[in-house]
Design a protein around this ligand. Structure first.
Ligand SMILES: Cc1cc2nc3c(=O)[nH]c(=O)nc-3n(C[C@H](O)[C@H](O)[C@H](O)COP(=O)(O)OP(=O)(O)OC[C@H]3O[C@@H](n4cnc5c(N)ncnc54)[C@H](O)[C@@H]3O)c2cc1C
Length: 419
């Protein structure tokens, strides 16, 4: 039966949920305090990372935590002042690093990835600009033999999950990607990956399509809900009350408090990340690159060359530390030689991250008219459209074509005895 859905959040996830719910005949209102795409979806690395099936926490991560605290400029850093708040999340993060959990998590991630690109294409077809999607693959590059040797562990998991890749012989790397300085010793090409020529415009295009189909987008801050006998009846904002039959929380890194008001506790936190974009870089790789040694991504966007990555556990309130963006540039200059930095822009965004690296894509178990789609961490652009489709499937009672248990909202509320 057609309903009125209110989706909170106009990032890649919320807008995609709106579009898929519309396809089922529902009336949809999206509410966001900012303009569509102006949250974390604005400045990511723009990769549709189909190869990504390895969680952030891997065996041995517990031994790395002291290093995260002592090196504020490392690829993963924890702010001391935030340690007491993030400690429960870190404990779960370390628990998720056990080999058998990593295996389970990688299976769950791969099940999503196999459907992720299809969902992008389905939505993009309707926007009039499907060519924004570039199916080039991406290249993981290694400057040291040591890093490449340790990467064999990653390749083994990827093999087990059926990820496609080609190891590029050292002498062919320069030919494969001529824009790089001759400092790369190894490379692995992943043909399944794609990217958007402009991640921000991608969300804007989808939002415009949503509005064209009768969707309403309100620029208001959601403060809470009126709860009736059968769940939320109204979504409350600073400007008033909006009646809804069902509610979708897709508020990215800001979803935790809203979720709590709807009866669930989730260990959501944020992995802050940075980017530098050079509109006139003067060098452009022919496809996105991943620096395995320093854990960041380089993407040839239509707005310039973007260096994006790093993880900072520092919460939603602390001011950005743009020295972290400068570190990305330092590596970028080494990889590409002279880069023109005129017009450079730096940015910081809040990845919405669950400690087990799995998103929440779920119907509420407290109230049947609540749905949750967030916590995608490093892969929210990749999985945004699919998450929208899965939420619509859950609402329609359709078979989503994959095991949804790993993504349940209440998975941390239960003792873990397998899914
Ligand atoms: C440096 C960096 C690089 C990344 N690179 C990639 C990549 O290459 N590929 C990839 O797949 N992912 C990448 N990501 C991750 C990706 O950007 C995120 O996972 C994704 O954007 C999350 O989308 P979202 O819709 O859940 O959240 P958001 O885009 O943050 O949207 C949430 C929205 O909710 C709104 N909101 C919150 N609270 C309220 C409220 N109370 N009332 C009203 N509105 C509210 C916010 O204003 C916001 O617009 C990267 C992230 C970073 C930081």
């Amino acid at each position: 039966m057609a309903q009125h859905f209110i989706v909170i959040g106009a990032g890649i996830v919320g807008i995609s949920a709106g579009l898929y719910l519309q396809r089922d005949g529902h009336r949809v209102t999206v509410i966001d305090e900012r303009d569509p795409g102006d949250g974390t979806s604005k400045g990511n690395a723009s990769i549709i990372a189909i190869e990504s099936c390895i969680p952030m926490a891997t065996p041995g991560v517990a031994w790395d935590v002291p290093g995260y605290l002592s090196d504020p400029m490392g690829p993963l850093a924890i702010r001391w002042s935030y340690l007491p708040k993030i400690a429960p999340w870190l404990i779960r993060f370390i628990a998720a690093s056990k080999p058998d959990r990593v295996e389970e998590i990688s299976i769950a991630l791969r099940s999503l990835m196999l459907q992720a690109l299809g969902a992008h294409k389905t939505l993009l077809k309707e926007t009039g600009e499907p060519e924004i999607l570039r199916e080039t693959g991406w290249l993981a590059i290694f400057e040291t033999d040591k890093k490449f040797q340790s990467y064999q562990w990653d390749l083994d998991i990827q093999r087990r999950r059926g990820v496609k890749f080609d190891i590029i012989p050292a002498e062919e790397v320069r030919q494969f990607e001529p824009s790089l300085e001759p400092i790369i010793r190894h490379a692995v090409y992943y043909p399944e990956n794609a990217y958007a020529a402009n991640n921000y415009r991608l969300v804007k295009l989808l939002a415009a399509d949503f509005a064209r189909r009768g969707g309403v987008i309100l620029k208001e801050k959601v403060t809470g809900f009126d709860i009736g006998l059968n769940g939320p009846t109204h979504v409350n904002t600073a400007s008033g009350k909006h009646a809804a039959d069902s509610v979708v929380v897709a508020a990215g890194a800001w979803s935790k408090q809203l979720t709590r008001q709807l009866g669930h506790k989730v260990p959501l936190d944020t992995e802050r990340g940075y980017h530098v974009t050079l509109p006139n870089a003067g060098r452009m790789p022919r496809m996105p690159l991943y620096s395995s040694d320093h854990s960041f991504v380089i993407t040839p966007l239509d707005v310039g060359l973007r260096f994006a990555g790093t993880v900072e556990l520092g919460g939603l309130e602390a001011a950005p530390d743009y020295r972290r963006a400068e570190i990305l540039m330092k590596h970028g200059r080494r990889l590409f030689g002279n880069l023109d930095e005129t017009g450079r822009s730096d940015w910081m965004g809040f990845r919405p991250s669950m400690p087990d690296s799995l998103p929440v894509i779920s119907r509420g178990t407290r109230w049947a008219n609540t749905y949750f789609g967030y916590g995608h961490g490093h892969i929210g652009l990749t999985l945004g459209p699919l998450t929208g489709r899965l939420i619509a499937d859950l609402a329609a009672g359709r078979d989503p074509g994959l095991d949804m248990r790993p993504f349940r909202i209440d998975r941390f509320q239960r003792v873990h005895l397998g899914w």
